[in-house]
Design a protein around this ligand. Structure first.
Ligand SMILES: NC(=O)C1=CN([C@@H]2O[C@H](COP(=O)(O)OP(=O)(O)OC[C@H]3O[C@@H](n4cnc5c(N)ncnc54)[C@H](O)[C@@H]3O)[C@@H](O)[C@H]2O)C=CC1
Ligand SMILES: O=C(O)CCC(=O)C(=O)O
Length: 453
């Protein structure tokens, strides 16, 4: 297991002590601190003024009650969160997650990752994350609307285009952003378009934001493949998940000539050896909001597609050359990684946040698999959110082509800065170290300029 430098180990111990029972947050902090040993060896001044300790402590954490009424007239209670982690680079920026597994530790890990990810984009956005333990599964539009309105009725006072700008994440897409924007507008009596991103195209949303995270991961992974003189063309690819990130990863990989043969949801995974039919997948997931097993039923018997129920196998048992985990944290374990390596995987691009466990990352890196960590590889979503903010601030609207071209350029820049930073700090080819160090330096500099705050 990689070690934390002696000078940084007490910081990690204090994070664990102060944030007891939050293993995902510990995991995210540990990975960054493991990388930073190389930085403080060269630049011991970064140890001054508790700068690293301050990065590990959120600027503000908000936890609130969200009461709402279901369709049967019963009052339901959920818990809402917003962790405003770092405003060193700009207003807090990061998504909202609605999922029953949400707790403060999950939101803190996501907010912490977001600081470095947002810094890597080179755009002026700080790091934050929020959400609720609300489960949207099986809820009607009316229930979703009442929940979103209640959630925003508390959260609105902490937001603003210069303060904190949320967007979507798991369980939060254009429908939820629409309800929340409507309630924000009503409560504040302000048409403040830049307060949320991922908005619908009729009221200030950006073209290509919906596609951006999946497309961005595909651009990043393509850049990694190119360092080995290859690309997606003709490669077999597995993408976990079947939500926003997964769908638009599949779309771009197919455009680049790759063949995506499997995807999943929390009920299980499907394999289609002929290549996923994206039109059918979108119909099931974006229109019907259905389960992934419907793919096999709708495709019809004898068409080479099959479904494996959750618990009866893992999507990572499916052999592929490129793996793009795009569902949730710690979904790909050391055992899964060993299986993928045995089956010939050559590159992994993380679409989700922290989908690979530390053991999985180690297994990939030791086997020489090119590994793109989420905070770099999936930064295209938040980068395009920042482009949405630019369009809102200038009352402008860019074409899909212009926005995607900027996204592609940002992803190439992120790739190149991770690659060159890893080399500079003596770890060539290690994108984890490259991303952590490049992101850290960008945040550390303004923090020092601001003094002890
Ligand atoms: N939406 C965005 O722009 C960005 C999202 N991400 C990350 O990408 C991942 C996916 O997010 P979205 O596609 O936006 O969410 P989504 O809600 O559209 O889709 C999530 C997908 O993951 C699956 N999933 C969730 N929990 C699971 C579990 N425990 N086991 C198996 N499958 C599970 C769901 O069934 C669904 O297919 C998350 O880790 C999110 O934090 C990262 C950067 C930006
Ligand atoms: O677009 C955004 O502001 C947030 C995207 C996000 O939540 C993420 O990058 O994980």
């Amino acid at each position: 297991m990689p070690q934390i430098d002696d000078k940084l180990a007490p910081i990690y111990e204090e994070v664990v002590r102060r944030n007891a029972g939050e293993p995902e947050f510990h995991q995210a902090v540990r990975e960054v601190l493991e990388s930073l040993g190389r930085v403080v060896a060269k630049r011991p001044d970064y140890l001054e003024d508790a700068l690293i300790e301050r990065i590990c402590e959120p600027e503000r954490q908000i936890i609130f009650r969200v009461p709402w009424t279901d369709d049967k007239g019963r009052v339901q209670i959920n818990r809402g969160f917003r962790v405003q982690f770092s405003s060193a680079m700009g207003p807090y920026k990061g998504g909202l997650r609605f999922h029953p597994s949400v707790n403060v530790g999950i939101i803190k890990f996501l907010g912490f990752e977001q600081i470095f990810k947002n810094a890597l984009t080179g755009l002026p956005i700080g790091g934050g994350k929020g959400g609720s333990d609300f489960d949207p599964k099986g809820r009607t539009d009316g229930e979703i609307m009442r929940f979103c309105q209640s959630f925003m009725t508390e959260l609105y006072r902490h937001l603003g285009e210069y303060t904190d700008v949320p967007a979507g994440d798991i369980g939060v897409g254009a429908r939820e952003i629409g309800y929340m924007f409507g309630q924000y507008k009503r409560l504040t009596n302000r048409y403040e378009a830049g307060v949320l991103t991922g908005k619908g195209l009729f009221y200030g949303g950006s073209l290509a934001r919906k596609e951006a995270t999946g497309y961005g991961n595909t651009y990043f992974t393509q850049a990694m493949l190119k360092t080995g003189g290859t690309d997606f063309d003709g490669k077999t690819v597995v993408v976990s998940g079947s939500g926003n990130v997964a769908i638009y990863t599949i779309e771009k990989v197919q455009e680049f000539g790759g063949k995506v043969i499997a995807c999943s949801d929390s009920s299980g995974y499907i394999v289609d050896e002929g290549g996923i039919d994206l039109g059918l997948l979108k119909e099931i997931k974006e229109v019907r909001r259905g389960r992934i097993s419907q793919y096999v039923r709708m495709k019809g018997e004898g068409n080479g597609a099959y479904f494996v129920k959750s618990g009866e196998g893992s999507i990572w048992d499916v052999a592929c050359e490129v793996a793009m985990p795009s569902a949730t944290q710690n979904e790909l374990t050391g055992k899964d990684a060993a299986k993928l390596v045995k089956n010939g995987v050559t590159a992994v691009g993380e679409g989700a946040n922290m989908p690979c466990t530390p053991e999985a990352i180690r297994t990939f890196q030791q086997a020489g698999v090119k590994f793109g960590p989420g905070k770099a590889a999936n930064a295209g979503g938040v980068a395009t959110s920042a482009l949405e903010m630019q369009q809102n601030a200038s009352r402008d609207r860019w074409s899909f082509e212009k926005t995607e071209a900027k996204l592609a350029e940002i992803m190439r820049d992120i790739h190149d800065s991770c690659y060159s930073t890893a080399e500079e700090f003596g770890a060539p080819g290690d994108y984890v170290i490259g991303a952590n160090i490049a992101g850290f330096i960008r945040v550390a500099e303004p923090m020092r300029a601001f003094g002890v705050i």
